[in-house]
Design a protein around this ligand. Structure first.
Ligand SMILES: NC(=O)c1ccc[n+]([C@@H]2O[C@H](COP(=O)([O-])OP(=O)(O)OC[C@H]3O[C@@H](n4cnc5c(N)ncnc54)[C@H](OP(=O)(O)O)[C@@H]3O)[C@@H](O)[C@H]2O)c1
Length: 341
């Protein structure tokens, strides 16, 4: 085992777009677990738009990351040493190991996983993005066959799975994404009925033309101008699932005031509901089972954007926030254990 623990810490609270200097690199020694604790080694580090929000000063569903603390992040780790009877060296665990090679964590904070398919799927289709798409669409959105569903950030981790699940459930699906390459992928590879580039000047008109009868469900991953355009296309009694607002995470400029909130919600009797995937944590196995089944049957495609090396994490997160990824972006921190079945 290595004796060096590479870490990235939060050096500054970002002002405006994230910069590499907002992070500090440090080499520490590998920590030792105490009673009830487990030493783990990071295999994959998930990069999530929410990481940027956690770097700010305001609490979300978790407290802000403290200045000088290890940058927080969801990870897939391997147990190295355990002081808890439930875990043994070699076990694979999902946890919040953060931006570092090794983390000592309380055993209660670990979720043991059996390898099923590629290990990286634990952070994509079976992990937070897949679970968010599954519960957001089926439980919060309550989609029905035949409905028109619009998904934003559609070529990203959550959006690409959300759109495919809506297709699987018999909906007509329109994806919104940045640029022709992403839009082409959505229609040719993932089976979306249409895909629109929100950067086009006439995007609101194109969206209206793509949904001549209006939108039953808008799955909003971005907020801002895209939300604004979708809002005006909603059918009476339509639903909006508020999953995230990535368009405003990496800026200090307040978003422009939205037109039609709350007036249009009233006029069109719309329902708008937010959720956090952890609300459904006790049912995660149900989602895992369903998602893994669709993947195995070839009905759900998984695209991952895996970048090698912890040293690339700061730049990779900066890119994610501005659309450099297709599919789920993550960092391979260490090679997969050779004992993997
Ligand atoms: N509620 C929950 O529990 C939960 C859980 C996980 C994620 N989320 C939310 O879901 C959303 C997607 O997360 P993800 O992990 O799947 O990330 P992702 O979609 O893989 O990556 C973020 C994407 O956002 C798009 N984007 C960036 N700026 C934009 C802008 N100004 N307007 C429109 N699109 C923009 C970029 O794609 P383009 O090239 O298309 O611009 C980028 O690829 C985020 O808002 C995240 O916070 C919520």
């Amino acid at each position: 085992m290595n004796t060096l623990n590479r870490q990235y810490l939060l050096a500054h609270r970002p002002e405006g777009p994230l910069r590499e200097s907002d992070f500090e690199y440090r080499e520490a020694s590998v920590p030792t677990p105490g009673p009830g604790e487990v030493l783990t080694r990071t295999l994959y580090l998930s990069l999530d738009p929410a990481n940027r929000v956690w770097m700010g000063p305001l609490p979300t569903y978790r407290p802000p990351i403290g200045l000088g603390e290890v940058m927080a992040g969801f990870t897939l780790n391997e147990v190295v040493e355990s002081k808890d009877a439930r875990f043994r060296p070699g076990d694979l665990v999902e946890c919040q190991g953060g931006w570092q090679d090794y983390a000592v964590l309380p055993a209660d904070a670990l979720y043991k996983v059996a390898p099923r398919g590629p290990l990286s799927h634990r952070l994509s289709v079976l992990g937070v993005p897949g679970q968010t798409a599954y519960f957001g669409l089926l439980e919060v959105g309550r989609i029905r066959a035949g409905e028109t569903v619009v998904v934003s950030a559609a070529a990203g981790a959550v959006g690409s799975i959300t759109g495919q699940l809506a297709k699987l459930h018999g909906c007509r699906v329109i994806g919104i994404a940045g640029g022709p390459e992403k839009c082409h992928w959505l229609t040719t590879e993932l089976g979306f009925d249409a895909a629109l580039d929100y950067r086009a000047e006439d995007f609101p008109q194109r969206l209206a033309a793509a949904c001549p009868e209006g939108v039953d469900l808008y799955f909003d991953n971005v907020g801002g101008a895209v939300f604004q355009a979708a809002l005006f296309q909603m059918k009476p009694h339509g639903r909006i699932v508020c999953c995230g607002s990535v368009s405003i995470y990496d800026t200090d400029t307040p978003p422009p005031r939205l037109l039609g909130v709350p007036g249009l919600l009233t006029l069109r009797r719309l329902r708008m509901e937010g959720f956090i995937v952890f609300d459904f944590h006790d049912r995660r196995k149900q989602a895992e089972q369903a998602l893994a089944g669709w993947v195995a049957e070839g009905r759900l495609k998984v695209r991952e954007d895996i970048i090698d090396g912890l040293q690339n994490a700061p730049r990779a997160l900066m890119g994610l926030l501005h659309g450099a990824n297709i599919g789920k972006r993550m960092i391979r921190v260490a090679p997969e254990p050779s004992g993997k079945p």
